[in-house]
Design a protein around this ligand. Structure first.
Ligand code: CIR
Length: 252
């Protein structure tokens, strides 16, 4: 069960964030509203939310998930892979250190939290343009010291592993067609989300509730069929920066 989340408000600089989405620049006022709704949804689920101020000079700083991997026993601070994001993690470490023992991975190893999916005792770590083998191994060894299992996977064509693979409870994953038959994920039921709803592969599962981005009816109805509580959130301004629901928080 998660009890806490850390989020970071976007700044006006978000219009200069990294993107491949080709959906135009985010509307800052609307992004702030959506961020507020996001934080409120986490509070409604029962989490204590620490909301940090945005960080000048870091247009992507609201995507706080990428700065660390946090689990029950420790927090591993990420050496981010994206050049313009390197350094975002510095202000996260003192916050996380009030909750967890800290382990720090050092460049040239890189990883980003968006490439790391924890399910129960196992960490699936995707290799991507942001996460290299040295980063994956350093993270894996850090969590293995506390008895966790870890598995390195190819991330495929996407930005992050969790752009394409997410756990939504009931032993079920949302996956892109690329991961449909991945042997490492053989133990899970899979809902394959086709490219026309690709953004909805990134849903956020917290303590039995599934948060789904608004505007993806096919995925929504498949998630609803599982019978768990579902919350819909408008994420349009974050989609413009390739950022999904998981990206906006660290949960633990
Ligand atoms: C980036 O490219 O780094 C940001 N524009 C989006 C980060 C999304 N984070 C995530 O998937 N965990």
């Amino acid at each position: 069960m998660f009890t806490h989340a850390i989020t970071r408000r976007p700044s006006e600089e978000m219009v200069n964030g990294i993107t491949t989405a080709d959906l135009g620049k985010p509307d800052y006022a609307l992004a702030l509203q959506q961020h507020e709704m996001y934080c409120r949804a986490l509070v409604d689920i029962g989490l204590h939310v620490t909301e940090l101020d945005s960080e000048p000079g870091y247009p992507d700083c609201c995507f706080v998930e990428d700065t660390a991997v946090v689990c029950e026993h420790l927090a591993v601070i990420a050496p981010l892979g994206a050049e313009t994001r390197q350094g975002e993690q510095a202000s996260i470490e003192p916050v996380l250190s009030t909750f967890k023992p800290i382990n720090r991975v050092i460049p040239p190893a890189t990883f980003e939290g968006g490439d790391v999916l924890q399910i129960e005792n196992t960490f699936f770590i995707g290799l991507s343009d942001r996460t290299n083998m040295a980063g994956a191994e350093a993270l894996g060894e850090a969590v293995a010291a506390y008895g966790y299992e870890w598995e390195v996977m190819d991330c495929g064509p996407s930005l992050h592993f969790k752009t394409d693979v997410n756990y939504i409870g009931n032993n079920t994953l949302l996956v892109s067609p690329f991961f449909k038959d991945a042997p490492e994920l053989g133990a899970f039921n899979k809902i394959v989300v086709d490219d026309d709803e690709a953004y909805a592969r990134n849903c956020l599962y917290i303590n039995g509730t599934v948060i789904v981005p608004a505007g993806f009816p096919k995925t929504l109805s498949k998630v609803q069929e599982l019978g768990q509580p579902v919350v819909l959130l408008d994420m349009s301004e974050y989609q413009k920066l390739d950022g999904g629901l998981t990206c906006l928080s660290l949960r633990f």
